[in-house]
Each structure stands twice: as C-alpha cells, then as structure tokens.
Design a protein around this ligand. Structure first.
Ligand SMILES: Cc1cc2nc3c(=O)[nH]c(=O)nc-3n(C[C@H](O)[C@H](O)[C@H](O)COP(=O)(O)OP(=O)(O)OC[C@H]3O[C@@H](n4cnc5c(N)ncnc54)[C@H](O)[C@@H]3O)c2cc1C
Length: 423
C-alpha cells in the first residue's frame, strides 16, 4: 500500500507518556507489538506543568508499582514530592526503553479502512490499534456560575495554582473540599490569607488507621481492587470525589476538622451567585454527616477483613473518629463586592479532553464510551480513567493491572484481524 506523504505505519499508537501510557507501552513491548508513544510535551508532562509546588503524592512510595518497575528507595512509607514523582516516571520510561516521541501533539484520530489514522503536528501515523492514555485531569471543571463573579476577583484553578505567593493578599474562597481543595485551602490559609471553604460532597478518611496507612488497608483489604463489573451504579462510582488526604512527613490528617482548627471557615456547597453575593446551600451539616458515615463503613470493611486475615493481634485495636464539627448556623451568603474576597479558587474536579477524537465514541458529556477500557470502536482502548476497571485505575498503582489486561485484549484483537485478513 502507498502511504500518503509524511505518513508512518506501526501496529499500535499510544497517546500520552504519563505513567498509564508508559505502563501500556511496557506491556505491548512484552508482547512484541510494534508501537510508538506520542506525547505533546515531555514524559510526565502533567506532573511537570499542571501541579502546584508543594504537592506530594497522597499514595505512599511503595504504592507506585508499575509493570517491571517499583520503588527503589529506603522510605517505602513516605510520599513523593513533585520532583521525585517526575523523576520516578522519567526513570520508568528509561528503564523500559519506551519508544516515546515527545513534543508531538495529537490533533485527530479517525477510522480508516485498515485501522486508524493518528494526525499530529509532526506528521501522521497509521495503525491497527490506538490506546488513549491522555489523562483524566486535562481540564479543570469550572461551573457556569463563575461568570457571575465580579471582575476584581481573580479566579484560579488547581492547574494554574502554584503557591500562595501568586495570590493577592486578602481572603480566598476555595470551592470544593476533596484532595486538591482541602490541600490548597490548608496551604493558603497558613500563608495568612483567610480561607472560606465551600464544601459539597467529600470523602473523609484518616491518614493512619490502626497503626498503618489507610492506603495500606485499602490495598490489603481489596478495596482498591473492587472490579467495575461487580460494582453497582458504575456511573456514580466513576464520579466520586478524591479522598481528603495529604502526603506529609508527620502523616497528619487533612479533613474539615483539621481545617477549622487552623481557622478555615466552612460554608455549604456554592449554589449560585446573584447581585455580587455568593449563595451557599444549607446542606453542610448533612454533607459532613454523610461523609462521616461513609468513613465508618470503610473502616467497618477494613476491620472485618483484618479479623478474617488474623491481623487483630498484630494491628492496633479498631477505633472510630469523632464527628466532623460544623458550626450551628454556617453562613448562607457572602458578599463578593466588599473586598474581603480577592481570589476564588475552583477545586471542583477535572475532566478529560478528547476534543481531538474524530471516531464517534464520545458521549455528550465528552466521555469516551467503553467497557472497562475497551472502547466501542474495535482496536481502540482507554487507560487512566476513574474506576476504568478497578477502584485504583486512575492511580499510578492501578495502571499495571489495567495495562496487562487491555494489552491482552489488544493482542487478541490483532490476531483476529490477521486471521480475517488472511482468510
Ligand atoms: C492533583 C492531583 C494529584 C494526584 N495525586 C495522585 C497520587 O498521589 N497518587 C496517584 O497514584 N495518583 C495521583 N493522581 C492521579 C493520577 O496519577 C494522575 O492524574 C496522573 O497524571 C494520571 O496519569 P495518566 O498517565 O493517566 O495521565 P497523565 O499523567 O495526565 O498523562 C497523559 C499524557 O498525555 C499527554 N497528552 C494529552 N493530550 C495529548 C495530545 N492531544 N497529544 C499528545 N499527548 C497528549 C499529556 O501531555 C500527558 O503527558 C493525582 C492527580 C491529580 C490531578
């Protein structure tokens, strides 16, 4: 076949050189599947360009296991800083000798007779299979009501936020109390800029439980391995917020109680903005009670597993944590015109960017339709999305199992396609 000018051919193209794309690359190489990894920036681009300075992984070092690679240092229970995380992923790319083409932005993927055409700003690739590993957190979610924020207030998302010194002196309204919102609220408030934290649905967990990291318990008890096919209400679990956790040397808790202790003011979910005034829902106490309840359920599951596994004699005894403390009548409104608030930080989640996808597999919310990472179009695969196949799928530690299974599927697909061609 004659390829169009500038067009190259390979068997599979992996889009994105974060840990998910690299894990898939390693699994494809193990199966001797010819492929390239196309990356718009450099390896670990998201960690290099989209994270704030003080961020540390909230998963302990031992928990970043990738196919053929794991933690090599002497602090398995520590939490990586951003430079350490970047180095870890870069080193992985080196160790597995991943065929990464950096500074190559994919602008279109479309179906052609013999597979897919991947168009980039550096030429075109033709292939039989495409693995989408471009990340789940490309675009910060900012609600439409942001337009009603008065012009003198600066609006920032966690993607642009680097440190408190970037912000004007004065009050900050942080919207969203999951991992990003809670960590950033804590840091900004400690910098002397009074923080009001608008709290919607959130998941409270202790950093350490019964003498071990909560991530250790969730991993050991099989919570991280909950499988998508055995999960009720998959749509719902795929949108649950991240855990309120922070990685720190003193393994401290980060929750609404720790935030109010340092003086952060809690308000309910931001429901609207009218006449220069922010309006908060009255559901704060309910949201907090629900979160406490869910934490109790998780700890019940862990305790039950620990008893079954014979760990009760070894680990500290089970215990429960005090309820989240909410003031009797949290404010339902706040002026955005009186100068007290100088910045609004939207920590309201992220979504993927699949705007380059020209195969009709994207739903009206911009999500790719798939069954555990096997996309509706034959030969297309997806990695790195929340609960793609397991609860841990969007974490570094989740990429290995998903890549192994999806590369097996991809390999079988290629074999079937070869049989069809020869027939
Ligand atoms: C604030 C934050 C904290 C997190 N903390 C943890 C943690 O503690 N532990 C943990 O395990 N996970 C954590 N995660 C989740 C997860 O590990 C990261 O989101 C991770 O970056 C996802 O890896 P990925 O390979 O799926 O995507 P990414 O790392 O985002 O990689 C995708 C790559 O695709 C590239 N790309 C995108 N579009 C294109 C295109 N059109 N053409 C070419 N290349 C493209 C990007 O440049 C990027 O390099 C965190 C996420 C966030 C946002």
């Amino acid at each position: 076949m004659i390829l169009p000018m500038g067009s190259r051919r390979t068997t599979a193209v992996v889009l994105g050189a974060g840990h998910a794309g690299l894990a898939m690359s390693r699994c494809l190489a193990e199966r001797s599947i010819d492929h390239v990894v196309l990356e718009r920036g450099e390896v670990a681009n998201s960690w290099k360009t989209e994270r704030w300075d003080s961020l540390r992984l909230l998963t302990p070092n031992w928990q970043s296991r990738l196919p053929g690679y794991g933690y090599e240092g002497d602090d398995p229970d520590g939490y990586r800083t951003m430079p350490e995380t970047i180095r870890f992923i870069e080193r992985y790319a080196e160790v597995i000798d991943a065929p990464v083409r950096t500074h190559t932005t994919v602008t279109s993927v479309r179906a052609i007779e013999e597979g897919y055409e991947v168009v980039t700003d550096r030429g075109t690739w033709r292939c039989q299979a495409v693995v989408i590993a471009t990340g789940a957190c490309n675009i910060p979610n900012v609600p439409a009501i942001a337009e009603a924020i008065p012009g003198h207030i600066r609006q920032v998302t966690p993607k642009e936020y680097r440190n408190p010194e970037q912000l004007a002196e004065g009050g900050v309204l942080v919207v969203g109390a999951s991992a990003s919102g809670a960590q950033i609220a804590d840091e900004i408030h400690r910098s002397g800029r009074p923080v009001t934290l608008s709290v919607g649905e959130h998941i409270r967990v202790p950093r350490v439980y019964r003498g071990r990291d909560i991530e250790w318990w969730m991993d050991a008890a099989g919570v991280m391995d909950d499988f998508y096919r055995k999960t009720d209400n998959l749509d719902r679990v795929r949108t649950v917020p991240s855990l309120q956790l922070v990685g720190s040397d003193d393994r401290r808790d980060l929750d609404l109680n720790s935030l109010t202790e340092i003086g952060v003011r809690l308000v309910g979910r931001l429901a609207g903005i009218a006449g220069g005034k922010a309006q908060f829902s009255g559901s704060l106490a309910n949201q907090a009670a629900l979160s406490d309840l869910k934490m109790g359920r998780l700890l019940d599951r862990i305790d039950e597993w620990a008893t079954g596994a014979g760990l009760d004699g070894e680990a500290d005894p089970p215990h429960r944590f005090g309820p989240t403390r909410i003031e009797a009548s949290p404010p339902l409104g706040m002026s955005l015109r009186d100068g007290a608030i100088r910045t609004v930080l939207w920590a309201t989640g992220y979504r993927p960017d699949h705007s380059w996808m020209d195969v009709p597999v994207v739903d009206r919310k911009g999500r790719i339709r798939h069954d555990g990472g096997v996309v509706e179009a034959p030969g297309l695969y997806l990695m790195g999305m929340p609960f793609l196949r397991r609860r841990k799928s969007s974490l570094i530690d989740g990429a290995g199992d998903d890549a192994r299974e999806l590369s097996a599927h991809l390999c079988a697909y290629l074999a079937r396609a070869a049989t069809r061609r020869s027939a």
